[in-house]
Design a protein around this ligand. Structure first.
Ligand code: BYC
Length: 331
């Protein structure tokens, strides 16, 4: 899927023809998809590379907190579900790397940017999973927040990203349900199990709200991404939708989000919530969250240990190419 063509590419920082730009925007306004070989402004390309690669890295790094519990799942059924989920996340990462490659960047370059700290992954994966209930909370809240953010991405203006998101969202929906089901079982279990579920909700609630990104007033990219229909809703709009959907789910199973200011606003129909601690979010983004260093160390180790696989695959592809060339020459 690595598109080399990229017809009519504009040089970095080069002047972009006003008429091309107007035609590009008109196409987006008509809800037509932009495809890899279509002309696009360099900033649109770079925005997508940034967002899609960050999304792919999040899926891959996101395997770590859950992978931590694969050997300790409390039953065979829970282990099978968790294994399937973690494998799905790996698959999502691969579709997303492939979608980003259509913009003219290689997977190797994207991975280098992550490992060198030049690319981000979602803040949420810098928190530890310390009890089994955390696995339920990750499925319910983290995948729940992910779906809220990702359903609109199925209508993103860039074709390969939008198409990748359709399958990803189907899988995320199973992930959210299995997490909520695991939390419900704990919440209706013994007093200690219910406490464990509430404790997980207490620790994952605010970081899940932060997943949607900074408030709209502090989000430098939202305006342009909305104009280009990469984003269909702002960070605050999606965060509100998530809170509105999740508070009743928590109460249904006898749990309470850790927010004394949470109240239902009858007039608007929304759940109003307290202030998010943006200092914590910024610290996590700066690399100082509880698990940032551990996560990056795990990715670097896995990358180094996988070097022989990449070398073998490259050598195999080279051999195959030369055999095909020899066969073609002999015809
Ligand atoms: N974490 O102007 P803004 C999953 C950065 S994985 C870290 O609002 P934008 C799963 C942002 O990059 C799901 N950084 O940006 C996997 C920007 O920094 P730079 C992951 C964040 O792009 C395994 C700056 O803050 N989902 O579901 O318009 C197991 C300003 O932000 C975060 C995606 O990646 C954050 N939370 O909006 C379980 C969805 N938020 O680049 C589950 C795709 C913001 O200027 N991405 N930043 O240095 C998006 O929808 C958008 O990129 C965001 C941010 C809403 C996240």
């Amino acid at each position: 899927m690595y598109t080399q063509g990229l017809n009519q590419a504009v040089e970095d920082g080069g002047p972009e023809d006003a008429e091309l730009l107007a035609r590009f925007q008109a196409k987006i306004d008509r809800e037509e998809k932009i495809e890899p070989n279509d002309w696009m402004p360099e900033a649109y390309r770079q925005t997508l590379i940034r967002q899609i690669s960050q999304h792919a890295h999040s899926e891959i790094v996101g395997m770590l907190p859950e992978g931590n519990w694969l050997t300790r799942a409390p039953s065979l059924r829970r282990k099978a579900i968790l294994l399937a989920k973690v494998q799905d996340e790996g698959g999502h990462g691969l579709y997303l790397y492939a979608a980003a490659e259509t913009l003219g960047i290689s997977r190797a370059e994207m991975v280098d940017r992550l490992l060198e700290g030049r690319a981000r992954y979602s803040s949420i994966f810098n928190y530890p999973t310390i009890t089994w209930a955390d696995i339920g909370a990750v499925g319910w809240l983290v995948d729940g927040a992910a779906i809220m953010n990702q359903i609109p991405l199925c209508r993103c203006s860039y074709g390969p990203y939008a198409r990748a998101m359709i399958r990803i969202c189907k899988e995320e929906s199973f992930h959210q349900r299995q997490g909520y089901e695991a939390m419900s079982r704990l919440a209706e279990g013994t007093a200690a199990q219910k406490r464990m579920a509430q404790d997980a909700l207490d620790r994952w609630w605010w970081p899940s709200l932060m997943m949607f990104g900074p408030s709209d007033a502090d989000s430098p990219h939202t305006g342009r991404s909305m104009r280009w229909k990469i984003k269909r809703f702002t960070n605050d709009e999606l965060r509100q939708k998530f809170v509105d959907a999740t508070v009743p789910q928590a109460r249904l199973i006898g749990l309470e989000p850790p927010d004394p200011e949470l109240r239902h606003d009858e007039e608007s129909g929304h759940w109003r919530f307290g202030k998010i601690d943006w200092t914590e979010f910024n610290e996590v983004l700066a690399g100082n969250g509880p698990c940032n260093r551990e996560r990056m160390a795990a990715r670097r180790k896995a990358h180094a240990e996988g070097a022989w696989v990449r070398e073998a695959a490259t050598a195999h592809a080279g051999k195959k190419r030369s055999r095909m060339a020899m066969a073609a020459a002999a015809e």
